[in-house]
Ligand binder design. Structure first.
Ligand code: C5P
Length: 398
């Protein structure tokens, strides 16, 4: 619940502004007081009348509206909120924020505020991927601005890719997570989960038996302790948990890119069963049976995501946790893996078919750290997740 929380919602000028109308309703349903600022461009997409009807208050539009200055100056407006949400955050607004421009009400409020700011970007895929936008994103993240999304998907402009604003319920979950009490409140934690699919041709792929159950449970447990979780998931059998930022991917290389895009983070849990190899030149046409013999699939090694993050020289997350699925000599193999990858902890488990762990509801893990190996009793995957989240919280706040 968001009872009596004061949210200042800045709506930028993009087609996704229509979703912000629903966001206002959802926030108010949960008890939040919502004050809305519209940029000039936003007024091309939603009307001040519909916004104020939904918000139940006056809408703020102009920096030089003297009545507003008499009622509530822009400085006070920027500081009277518990959280500032910018949705949609356009490329233009991000650019202004990153370079410290303040030439209208929205950008002035964003410079004047001392309140935490959450951005939900929305723009064309190429604009999102443009080096200038990515530079601005990194600058703003380093300034302590939180991001939520964008999601992958079909765009109003007919293209496909990252750039869609997160759905109102997802943004709502992020707002609730921001206010959640818990030892991980204010921490940004990345979780990878699920298998990856490595394409052979448009209809066939290489995969593994990971269901994503353990990674999903870890993400849920961390969010319950108040963390902002960025959940990068391959095609899993189980649905993603509520209250986390979901980044769906297919292949290992997509997962590596999504992980890079999520940085910087305070911690990372790499529970995904990433395929070690991909097919070098996946065919863009379905391979056919041929009298000339069998197709030969040449394999290349995938990037090792855990190792790359663990060995970052700058901006390495404070705690990096890997998983090790082993079928024999679990402690020896996992201990060597911890050193090889350079991560802080390894959660090791025996996935021999007889254990029923891969794809099952239970897990029996050994936590390997610089203090040695600690065997946990067999328990449900959600209990393993809760215990691991508690340990992560203790480490991060210690
Ligand atoms: O080397 P191995 O696959 O056994 O290592 C397992 C750990 O490394 C897991 O935490 C897994 O998520 C991570 N990993 C990765 N990228 C890869 C392979 C594994 O992040 N390409």
């Amino acid at each position: 619940m968001l009872a009596s929380k004061r949210i200042l919602l800045i709506i930028g000028g993009g087609i996704a502004a229509y979703k912000s109308l629903d966001l206002i309703r959802r926030l108010r349903e949960r008890g939040a007081e919502v004050t809305v600022v519209l940029t000039k461009a936003a007024e091309e997409f939603v009307t001040p009348l519909s916004v104020s009807a939904l918000a139940g208050t006056k809408v703020y539009r102009d920096l030089f509206d003297l009545t507003d200055e008499a009622e509530m100056g822009h400085i006070q407006l920027s500081r009277s909120a518990d959280l500032v949400v910018v949705a949609p955050a356009t490329a233009d607004l991000m650019g202004k924020m990153a370079s410290g421009l303040a030439n209208d009400l929205a950008s002035t409020l964003l410079m004047a505020t001392d309140t935490p700011v959450l951005l939900a970007p929305a723009m064309n895929v190429r604009m999102w991927q443009h080096p200038a936008t990515q530079r601005n994103r990194a600058t703003l993240a380093a300034d302590g601005i939180a991001f939520f999304g964008p999601n992958d998907g079909d765009m109003a402009c007919g293209e496909y890719g990252p750039g869609r604003m997160s759905e109102p319920l997802e943004i709502l979950a992020a707002v609730e997570a921001h206010f959640a009490e818990g030892p991980l409140r204010g921490k940004r934690i990345l979780v990878t989960s699920g298998p990856t699919h490595e394409p052979i041709d448009p209809v066939r792929y290489i995969a593994n038996r990971s269901s994503g159950a353990q990674g999903t449970a870890v993400a849920r447990a961390l969010a319950e302790l108040g963390a902002h979780v960025i959940f990068v998931t391959g095609p899993a059998d189980v649905p993603p948990p509520a209250g986390v930022e979901v980044v769906p991917v297919q292949s290992a290389r997509e997962m590596a890119d999504a992980v890079q895009a999520a940085l910087p983070v305070d911690g990372g849990v790499f529970a995904a069963a990433v395929a070690d190899w991909r097919v070098v030149s996946a065919s863009d046409r379905k391979l056919k049976k041929s009298k000339d013999g069998l197709p030969v699939l040449e394999l290349a090694e995938n990037p090792d995501i855990l190792k790359t993050v663990s060995r970052m020289e700058q901006g390495r997350p404070g705690l990096v946790v890997g998983f090790a699925a082993e079928t024999n000599d679990v402690i020896e193999n996992a201990t060597a893996k911890r050193l090889r990858k350079g991560c802080d902890w390894i959660v090791a488990n025996d996935v021999s078919p007889a254990t029923g762990i891969m794809g099952g509801a239970e897990n029996a893990v050994i936590l390997i750290s610089d203090a040695g190996a600690e065997e946990w009793p067999r328990m449900s995957k959600s209990d393993v997740a809760a215990q691991l989240a508690d340990r992560i919280a203790a480490k991060m706040s210690g």
